[in-house]
Design a protein around this ligand. Structure first.
Ligand SMILES: *[C@@H]1O[C@H](CO)[C@@H](O)[C@H](O)[C@H]1NC(C)=O
Ligand SMILES: *[C@@H]1O[C@H](CO)[C@@H](O)[C@H](O)[C@H]1NC(C)=O
Ligand SMILES: *[C@@H]1O[C@H](CO)[C@@H](O)[C@H](O)[C@H]1NC(C)=O
Ligand SMILES: *[C@@H]1O[C@H](CO)[C@@H](O)[C@H](O)[C@H]1NC(C)=O
Length: 306
């Protein structure tokens, strides 16, 4: 699959390039290669990596997906962890983390501690649990300070959305890495990413915007209100996010749940939102063949895909 992709990309590059540009590209590659590779060779005697490993397509960008949820939703977190644990993308390094406010009950201090020890995928913000009273602000504004490293993109997602990571990464691949605001534009019928703001189901900001949010003193005073609308307002106020991308029809609300924001499930989907019941989740997961790759074994007496 990966090899096929590489060959396809190579073909495309070769097909597009004329001979002179090819020569220039090769020359630049040669220079970069000699700068990058010579130095480590001089300083290290271990060259087995370079000799034995086939060249690997390195991920082109990194993405943090923060799923805003509540500490008490253990079962749901377990389910989402499975769902994102079995997905990946050749284009992007993607980390999925669960984000909530301060712990408030004694058992949370044990149960959440266990989760962190086992999965290390939880961010606990310094706030009281809320939806429209600053949690999203707290999330974005805290990241530059609390993360061990930066990402190219940071997403905020709801816990009732199903994100398909490979199509998500593919859709981001050609987009700018800077000054980007990506999602599903509200109002439902709008096809203009500048009118008005991206739905809270799942929107994404480039790292430079995250840093701007975290450093702006004005925004720190403007954190109350519908969280998704507020982010759009900040960006307009700050004259930010000149690059905007609304991914319709690939992102949408589950059929029949929200008027013109909903439509039928389609193969080229990035996100389905408003999944509140198991029958809705099951419908979606079956539609996208999520469990089809399970191979039969004598360990289970049932047939899963029958
Ligand atoms: C060289 O790198 C390989 C693979 O990373 C590793 O297994 C091996 O222990 C290293 N050898 C030395 C001498 O560092
Ligand atoms: C969160 O908890 C910490 C310690 O448990 C406390 O210092 C902090 O004030 C709390 N923050 C909020 C917003 O409750
Ligand atoms: C934040 O709002 C308060 C009350 O409205 C005001 O006194 C303060 O000057 C504002 N701070 C900034 C940095 O805008
Ligand atoms: C799921 O699998 C079925 C049967 O193999 C196929 O026809 C369908 O196109 C697949 N659906 C998606 C969304 O890939």
């Amino acid at each position: 699959m990966k090899a096929k992709l590489q060959i396809m990309m190579l073909r495309r590059v070769l097909g597009l390039a004329t001979l002179p540009t090819l020569a220039i590209v090769l020359y630049i590659c040669f220079i970069l290669f000699s700068i990058r590779v010579k130095l480590p060779l001089l300083s290290s005697s271990n060259t087995t990596d370079l000799v034995t490993k086939p060249p690997r397509l390195r991920a082109q960008f990194s993405l943090l997906i923060g799923i805003l949820t509540r500490a008490d939703k253990y079962n749901h977190r377990h389910f989402l962890r499975l769902l994102y644990g079995i997905q990946s993308s050749p284009q992007a390094d993607i980390d999925v983390k669960f984000v909530f406010c301060n712990l408030t009950k004694p058992e949370q201090r044990v149960l959440v501690a266990l989760e962190i020890m086992r999965f290390n995928d939880i961010i606990i913000l310094n706030c009281y649990e809320n939806m429209n009273s600053g949690k999203t602000y707290m999330y974005f504004s805290s990241l530059p300070r609390i993360l061990p490293h930066q990402y190219d993109y940071v997403m905020k997602a709801d816990d009732d959305v199903f994100l398909r990571l490979a199509p998500l990464a593919l859709s981001l691949q050609p987009l700018p890495r800077l000054d980007l605001y990506y999602g599903f534009v509200i109002p439902c019928a709008s096809m203009n990413p500048f009118v008005n703001y991206m739905s809270g189901m799942g929107f994404l900001l480039s790292w430079d915007i995250v840093e701007w949010i975290s450093s702006s003193k004005i925004l720190a005073n403007d954190t109350f209100g519908p969280e998704d609308k507020l982010v759009g307002k900040w960006l307009n106020m700050g004259n930010k996010a000149k690059n905007r991308f609304s991914n319709k029809p690939a992102m949408y609300d589950y059929p029949g749940t929200n008027g013109r924001c909903s439509h039928d499930l389609i193969p080229d989907t990035v996100a389905v939102h408003r999944l509140k019941r198991w029958d809705q989740w099951v419908h979606v997961l079956n539609f996208f063949n999520v469990t089809k790759e399970l191979v039969h074994s004598n360990l289970y007496s049932v047939s899963f895909n029958g």
